[in-house]
Each structure stands twice: as structure tokens, then as C-alpha cells.
Design a protein around this ligand. Structure first.
Ligand code: 5GP
Ligand code: ZN
Length: 138
């Protein structure tokens, strides 16, 4: 077995505050919540990130998110929520086992997400061209 804290949570070797479980996914509270009730949704199988995770497992995660998110709105009286996934260390990914964050949000929570930058003249098209030009087999 991987030396992976989330795999240990799946098998119960490490305790967690579970809020939902099915055959393929598990959801539990983040130990260090951005807002209280912050949930992590993981696959029970170990995949290191989004790109390594088969589409069928990604679909299952999204379906689990769709089951939990309304509970945060109703049971916690959240006004909205953010779904997040950090992919790669540069993005802030610390745990190398795929996980989606569901973060309850409130009108008065004073949290700010990232600030937007701006493009110089023509630069936006250059970025669009670079991304479009590169084709990859998925
Ligand atoms: P990342 O930065 O990799 O996207 O997020 C990892 C998240 O896992 C962090 O928000 C962190 O608080 C949470 N986390 C790390 N270790 C544990 C743990 O042992 N139990 C729980 N419940 N959450 C954890
Ligand atoms: Zn794992």
C-alpha cells in the first residue's frame, strides 16, 4: 500500500470525520478548514492527480460533490460554495492523492480568491493560439 495519508483514511487506519461514502468515493472534513464544514472528496483508489484519474472515477467524484454540496447549503446555511482541486505542487497540492475541496461560502466570510491580472494588447490571442495549437491524445 502507498504511504499515503488519504489511502490510510480510506481503510480506517487514520481516523476521519466522514460525511459520505460509497463504493468508489469517500468524503470527509478537511482537518484545517478554509471555512468550517470544508469537505474533501476523494477516490477510494489511489491516483496522484486529476490527469492520472480515469474519467469514470472523476465522474463519480463529481456525483459525490453534487450530493454533498446541497447539504452544505441547507444544513450549514452556506450561501454558496467553491469547488477546488490543486494539481501539482506549484498549485498548492500537498497530498498526492486526488481530492476535490468543497468549501462552504458565506456572504460575510471576507475570503478573497485570487486577484485577476490583465493582458497586454494581442497577448490574449497569443495565449489562445498556444493552447489551441497544442494537440494531445486523451
Ligand atoms: P491540497 O493542498 O493537497 O490540495 O490539500 C490537502 C488538504 O488535506 C489540506 O486542506 C489539509 O488540511 C488536508 N489534510 C491533510 N492531512 C489531513 C488529514 O490527516 N486529515 C484530514 N481530514 N485532512 C487532511
Ligand atoms: Zn492514496
Amino acid at each position: 500500500m502507498h504511504d499515503c495519508i488519504f489511502c490510510k483514511i480510506v481503510v480506517g487506519e487514520v481516523p476521519s470525520e466522514k460525511v459520505y461514502e460509497d463504493d468508489d468515493t469517500l468524503a470527509f472534513l478537511d482537518i484545517s478548514p478554509i471555512t468550517k464544514g470544508h469537505v474533501l472528496v476523494i477516490t477510494k483508489k489511489h491516483y496522484k492527480d486529476l490527469l492520472e484519474t480515469p474519467s469514470s472515477d472523476l465522474e463519480k467524484c463529481i456525483l459525490t460533490i453534487k450530493k454533498i454540496a446541497p447539504k452544505l447549503l441547507i444544513a450549514l446555511e452556506a450561501d454558496g460554495f467553491n469547488i477546488g482541486l490543486n494539481n501539482g505542487e506549484a498549485s498548492g497540492q500537498v497530498i498526492k492523492h486526488i481530492h476535490f475541496h468543497i468549501i462552504p461560502r458565506y456572504h460575510n466570510d471576507n475570503l478573497r480568491m485570487w486577484e485577476g491580472q490583465s493582458y497586454q494588447e494581442g497577448e490574449m490571442k497569443d495565449y489562445g493560439d498556444k493552447i489551441r495549437k497544442f494537440t494531445i491524445e486523451l
